[in-house]
Design a protein around this ligand. Structure first.
Ligand code: NAD
Ligand code: UDP
Length: 340
């Protein structure tokens, strides 16, 4: 089975390609807008694989047509490629709509012309739920107006895939709604590579401890949570990668066209303060922090009800939060060539 992985050189894509290439033949399509070509060698070194790379901008119809012409024998697609910075999407909404929606449309247009079955996995996000009415969040939670153009592109893309699956009997699809992916491969050869100042908690912490950034600011300690800091569901990126493989296998076994959504999280909520304490405990490194004001758009708590994934996909997370934090630190140290 040959699987096309769009955005396969990015953070989640690279970890997924490592796991995927143990079983499947893999083709990555990426335009390197938020990744480095060196990641390809690192994937192949870790997995002892021969992942193929095509430098393709998925916004470009002709390039996407060429991709499908060259790799017409693909039977699976994992579509990671997207722009993902929430703040940037508010400043540049058109860029986000254009990139994230047109890329998907161009791929689905090609899928429609194939005469074979395609198992399609889409990278969605728990951001589609907005402020949840219930915790933990099940897949039945109503979808609410998105906070940002980024979140809106996830909702729109899920809808496009669902409509497309209804019409195209060859298309079997799953949207995986990720909670908060963190951590890195145990080799510390691949990991999260944020451009500029990290907006997310874990890369900010590792860069701050590495001396690349100043003190961490905790964005608010007056939330309605036991210690006042926000609660999220942090999932190790290798567990998330594994969920994609389980989702592909689930679709392969399905006889008929289908479209489903699954939450991918640990089911456990962890506060910002608990993250700081765990990181310090498991790495022995001190995090310097101060309490700041709330960040616009943040909500008190989100964590997944992951029972549907556990029961249906035969998937379950294997890594603890400590293992995830330790791996994030190991990656940062390796990338910055910090020795201890
Ligand atoms: P990433 O930026 O590290 O990887 C995305 C990859 O897609 C990059 O390599 C980039 O170069 C590529 N890309 C973007 N636009 C492209 C285009 N037009 N043509 C070809 N390649 C293009 O992001 P990530 O963290 O690995 O996220 C992967 C997916 O998961 C995204 O769809 C993201 O929205 C979604 N997601 C991420 C998170 C998270 O916290 N990281 C959470 C929920 C959902
Ligand atoms: N956070 C923080 N300081 C930072 C970055 C994040 O206190 O420098 C908090 C943020 O307010 C949120 C949690 O950490 O409560 C997780 O934030 P992240 O951006 O990683 O994920 P998301 O907001 O997408 O869930």
């Amino acid at each position: 089975m040959k699987v096309l992985v769009t955005g396969g050189l990015g953070y989640i894509g690279s970890h997924t390609c490592v796991e995927l290439s143990k079983k499947y033949s893999v083709v990555i399509a990426d335009n390197l807008i938020n990744s480095e070509i060196e990641v390809l060698d690192r994937i192949n070194n870790i997995a002892h694989s021969k992942v193929i790379f095509e430098k393709i901008d998925l916004r470009n119809k002709k390039e996407v047509a060429f991709l499908f012409e060259k790799h017409g024998d693909i039977t699976g697609i994992i579509h990671f490629a997207a722009l993902k910075a929430v703040g940037e999407s508010i400043e540049k909404p058109l860029l986000y709509y254009e990139n994230n929606i047109n890329s998907l449309l161009n791929i689905l247009e090609q899928v429609q012309q194939l005469n074979s079955e395609i198992n399609f996995i889409f990278s969605s996000s728990c951001t589609v739920y907005g402020v949840p009415l219930n915790l933990p969040i099940t897949e039945e939670e109503p979808i609410k107006k998105a906070f940002s153009p980024y979140g809106e592109t996830k909702q729109i893309c899920e809808n496009i895939i669902s409509s497309s699956s209804k019409l195209n009997m060859n298309l079997k699809s799953i949207s995986l709604r990720y909670f908060n992916p963190i951590g890195a491969h145990e080799s510390a050869a691949i990991g999260e590579l944020p451009l500029g100042k990290p907006q997310n908690l874990i890369p900010y912490i590792t860069q701050s401890v590495a001396g690349v950034r100043g003190d961490l600011t905790i964005f608010g300690n007056d939330y309605n949570t036991p210690d006042g800091t926000c609660i999220r569901d942090y999932i190790h990126v290798v567990d998330l990668a594994d969920a994609h493989i389980k989702a592909l296998e689930y679709l392969s076994d399905k006889e008929f066209s289908t479209n489903e959504v699954f939450n991918i999280g640990t089911g456990k909520g962890t506060s910002v303060m608990e993250i700081i304490n765990s990181f310090q405990d498991c790495t022995g490194k001190k995090i310097n922090y101060k309490i700041g004001g709330r960040r616009k758009g943040d909500i008190d708590a989100t964590f997944a009800d992951n029972r549907k994934s556990l029961n249906t996909l035969s998937w379950s997370p294997r890594y603890s939060i400590e293992q995830a934090l330790e791996s994030a630190w190991n990656w940062e140290k390796n990338y910055r060539e910090i020795s201890e």
